[in-house]
Ligand binder design. Structure first.
Ligand SMILES: *Cc1c(COP(=O)(O)O)cnc(C)c1O
Length: 447
């Protein structure tokens, strides 16, 4: 068996998603209603999500079958390869083995399509006509646009204003796949108009764009909302990554010592690492490492507390590591990692000490990205490069470990960020302690 690139046949696309809620050592603190502070009921979510996804969000079933239609569409690019980074290993002169799971081969260029397709499918089945969503760097927006295109759904995307102007070609992708795209904050919603009135030059944030997309769905009967990360059902759909990885490692007789992923909301890291939770609980030496930017350090500097998922306080309260729902991070190029919170599942496991977290500044991240691109050839998304940087630092310990990281997406639409790094123009933002402290004063008083 060739160990340098492990491919699975089409019929080994997983038949079920893995739901880690069934195996958590302690139950997850429940989401709360933003008005009453009481635990959320399925009916509370019905205005913005279809019933099937609400059931998945709250399900305790370990395995949830993947509908045949979704599995067929996964065949467009799944199963994805597991690749050994032999040239990077050589450059590092390391005795460690480094593998990456290449999720960049999807049409949209990232892991996000794994859940976008599933979400579009379940909405379509319940008669929804249009989906609204937000996007930061544009990766989620483009995945959702393609998914809506496949299922004949309308798609309205609120794109964080700084990215809307910084990443015009991601906007092009969304337009090609038939979506309408608005810079957020926009004049289309109460939330957007309110923020523009207070600060006309705001660069926007994911928290603000979420407020706009949720309001759009809540005020239109034929429209539902989709979220590209954070929620339990999103991590559930992303479990195909880890399930395939596990099978691929088994095929070549490898046992991982360290599993690494970058964390924005936590969906690619969760989908990649959660299928290994049983192994982790049985073998505490297995390490699950979450990597985030120093400019938006929710896991490493945030507070574990109930908070809103958005700026306008429309979403339920979830217990997570948060920098505060009013936190607006610096305009770093890893736009997909600029979220004030984290998936409750990831936060819970970090709190329990089952996963560990690490933060890097931009230039360190881009140095890792260049070393990877110059050895392995693939040019990573700035988000993905956080995981690469951490994998390189692990390999430098030269202790013969098996390191596996999730290659969440490619960086073909991030050339201006690479140019800025090569020109020496990238700034390293350390965690802005006062800004975090300020934002944390606005946490809701519950829990
Ligand atoms: C969106 C995105 C991320 C961050 O989101 P998670 O939900 O934490 O996975 C990371 N990498 C890429 C390529 C992305 O598109």
């Amino acid at each position: 068996m060739d160990k340098e690139r492990v491919n699975l046949p089409l019929n080994e696309i997983p038949a079920s998603w893995y739901n880690v809620l069934a195996d958590l050592p302690k139950p997850l603190p429940p989401p709360l209603h933003p008005g009453t502070g009481q635990p959320l009921t399925p009916g509370d979510l019905a205005p913005i999500f279809p019933m099937a996804l609400i059931e998945q969000e709250m399900s305790g079933e370990r395995w949830i079958p993947i509908p045949q239609e979704v599995r067929e569409l996964y065949k467009i690019w799944r199963p994805t390869p597991l690749v050994r980074a032999v040239r990077l290993e050589k450059a590092l002169k390391t005795s460690c083995r480094i593998y990456f799971k290449n999720e960049s081969v999807s049409p949209a260029g990232s892991h996000k399509l794994n859940t976008a397709l599933a979400q579009a499918y379940f909405n379509k089945k319940e008669g929804v006509r249009r989906l609204s969503t937000e996007t930061g760097a544009g990766q989620w927006g483009s995945a959702m646009a393609f998914a809506c295109q496949l299922f004949g759904l309308g798609c309205t995307i609120y794109m964080v204003k700084s990215s809307y102007h910084q990443k015009p070609y991601r906007r092009s992708l969304m337009h090609i796949w038939g979506a309408e795209v608005f810079a957020s904050p926009s004049e289309r919603t109460n939330a957007g108009r309110g923020i523009l009135a207070a600060d006309p030059d705001t660069p926007g944030s994911l928290g603000i764009a979420i407020s706009e997309a949720v309001e759009d769905a809540a005020t239109h009967g034929d429209t539902k909302y989709t979220l590209g990360s954070v929620l339990n059902h999103v991590l559930l759909h992303q479990s195909v990554i880890g399930l395939e990885t596990k099978r691929q490692l088994e095929m070549i007789g490898e046992t991982p010592d360290v599993l690494i992923g970058c964390v924005g909301g936590g969906s690619n890291f969760g989908g990649f690492s959660m299928p290994f939770l049983a192994e982790k609980l049985a073998n505490p030496k297995l390490r699950l490492v979450a990597v985030e930017p120093s400019a938006c350090p929710s896991l490493t500097k945030g507070l574990y507390a109930y908070d809103f998922g958005d700026t306008a306080k429309l979403t339920p309260l979830v217990k997570m590591y948060t920098l505060g729902h009013t936190f607006v991070p610096e305009g770093i190029h890893a736009g997909g990692l600029r979220y004030h919170g984290t998936a409750p599942i990831i936060a819970h496991l970090a709190k329990l000490g089952i996963i560990e977290a690490k933060a890097y500044t931009q230039n360190a991240v881009f140095e890792g990205a260049l070393q990877f691109a110059r050895t392995e050839g693939f040019i990573p998304a700035p988000e993905t490069a956080h995981a690469i940087r951490a994998a390189i630092d692990e390999a430098r310990k030269d202790d013969g470990k098996c390191i596996v990281f999730n290659y969440s997406g490619h960086g073909h639409f991030d050339m201006s960020a690479y140019d800025a790094h090569l020109a020496g123009d990238l700034e390293d933002y350390e965690h802005p302690e006062e800004k975090i402290a300020e934002a944390l004063q606005h946490l809701p008083k519950v829990g």
